[in-house]
Ligand binder design. Structure first.
Ligand SMILES: [Fe+2]
Ligand SMILES: [Fe+2]
Length: 468
């Protein structure tokens, strides 16, 4: 640590507890150009308004004038003075106000002197750079006779860019240890005190620094979901490391956008799709006098088997949403065949089998994931593992995994409930049938998974069968 860089700093410390001031005096004053301490914020302000001061370190809770009022006065007097507030974690209520008055940095108690010196050292570098720029500015203006206005313009532009970023984005800064240094107004307004208090608790576990500096792009993006009393906020953030001249890390800038609306809209679309698909499926099933619970049960059986089989969450979600359309092709089958109470003639059976192809034709042209999978399931849910099914006589893994799973779920459910052409079988009979068809009609592994999950499957059976 380059403590030498503090030797130009004029520091003022304010705390109503003398012991704390004495401690700071003992450890810091010898490194600074000037170190003044006050137990009263009023006196400190009098001093500041008549002297040259670079940095103010202040406590929050003080009698007569508290740290927030004091910081506001200092910032109103001179924006350039760096204000560091020492805050206990139970001061969270004050932090929002502190941000509003423009406090540069919070330092949660307890802090170490080493930490404080590091912070001062960083500000010293910053203050030095600003002075250098000013000198450089004067040098160029005087020696090179370039119009001073140009530089004023540039600084003015910079300020406006800065304001523009601050007004439109959620901004936070992290020091090189990953601790939050500042949070702008918009951030706290969007996410509220809750998140701010939480962040202060979690700051040590943050791995922003590692991710940012190890990324080959020199920045990385991240989506964080903040939850606050059932309210979800989706915040998309970009992290950009800011380096010193010597290429060591100064800080990390986090610029975030609130994308909650987009996400909520997406969720809404997803839910609407789900509902429409389910309603459509129900409509079809109602023609063949089956209840909508058939679709519910098949979807849920499919989910249970899929999970045991090892499908990932996304696959299971897609299968569950799209499976209610497996028999949508029945829309093209005449009523008298669909609801015939006796067994079908060969010709009638040929017509019924058409429903797979018809369903596929209805759904195949959408490029939405859900409908694509629905199309595949509609097409292949009557294929058999041994190649004896219809309509394409697919065999083994030529049949997609969703159809292989839904086939078992659909058959089990059809067997265990009344249909126009037959009475419900007992659970035992249906399970025996599935076992018997292992490796014939059904994929062996899926039958195993079905049997393994039979307890969960029967829970669904009982829950959605009573009111059938
Ligand atoms: Fe079918
Ligand atoms: Fe079905």
């Amino acid at each position: 640590m380059d403590i030498k860089s503090l030797y130009k700093l004029n520091v003022v410390a304010v705390d109503d507890e003398e012991m704390i001031l004495k401690h700071l005096d003992n450890h810091i004053s010898r490194y600074c150009n000037k170190f003044e301490k006050f137990t009263s914020a009023i006196e400190a302000y009098e001093y500041i308004s008549t002297s040259t001061v670079d940095i103010v370190i202040s406590d929050i809770r003080m009698p007569l004038m508290n740290g927030i009022e004091f910081s506001k006065k200092v910032k109103d007097y001179k924006k350039d003075i760096i204000v560091i507030l020492l805050s206990a974690s139970n001061d969270a209520d004050y932090l929002m106000e502190a941000i509003n008055v423009g406090v540069d940095r919070f330092l949660p108690k307890p802090y170490s002197i080493k930490e404080l010196i590091e912070i001062l050292e960083n500000y010293a570098t910053q203050i030095e750079s600003i002075k250098e720029v000013k000198l450089y500015n004067e040098f160029i203006v005087n020696k090179l006779k370039i119009k001073e206005n140009n530089f004023k313009d540039i600084l003015y532009y910079l300020e406006q860019y800065n304001d523009a970023i601050n007004q439109t984005n959620l901004v936070r800064k992290f020091d090189s240890n990953g601790k939050i240094i500042t949070t702008n107004n918009k951030f706290t307004k969007t996410l509220g005190m809750y998140s701010l208090a939480n962040q202060l608790k979690e700051i040590n576990s943050f791995d922003v620094i590692k991710n940012t500096t190890s990324s080959s792009d020199n920045f990385f993006n991240n989506l964080i979901i903040y939850e606050n009393q059932n309210q979800k906020s989706y915040i998309e953030s970009t992290y950009i490391p800011i380096y010193k001249y010597d290429q060591t890390l100064l800080e990390v800038l986090e610029i975030s956008y609130d994308v909650s609306e987009v996400y909520k809209l997406n969720e809404e679309i997803q839910k609407t799709q789900e509902t429409v698909i389910y309603m459509l499926g129900t409509l079809i099933e109602s023609r063949s006098k089956e209840t909508s619970n058939h679709l519910k049960r098949v979807a849920l059986y499919g989910e249970i088997i899929g999970k045991a089989y090892g499908l990932d969450d996304k696959q299971m979600e897609l299968m569950k949403i799209s499976s209610p359309l497996h028999d949508i092709g029945k829309i093209g089958i005449p009523d008298h065949i669909l609801n015939k109470p006796s067994s079908l003639s060969d010709e009638e059976y040929r017509v019924v089998k058409e429903h797979s192809k018809i369903g596929y034709e209805i759904l195949k042209n959408s490029n939405r994931d859900i409908l694509q999978i629905a199309a595949v399931i509609a097409y292949s849910h009557h294929e058999n593992w041994d190649g004896t099914g219809y309509p394409q006589n697919l065999k083994g893994e030529e049949i997609d995994i969703y159809s292989r799973i839904i086939a078992v779920a659909d058959v089990f459910d059809a067997l265990t409930h009344d249909r126009c052409y037959k009475k419900a079988w007992s659970i035992e009979e249906a399970i025996d049938f599935i076992k018997k068809e292992k490796g014939k009609k059904f994929e062996p592994k899926i039958v195993d998974m079905f049997l393994e999950s039979i307890e969960d499957i029967l829970k669904i059976y009982r829950k959605y069968t009573e009111n059938d």
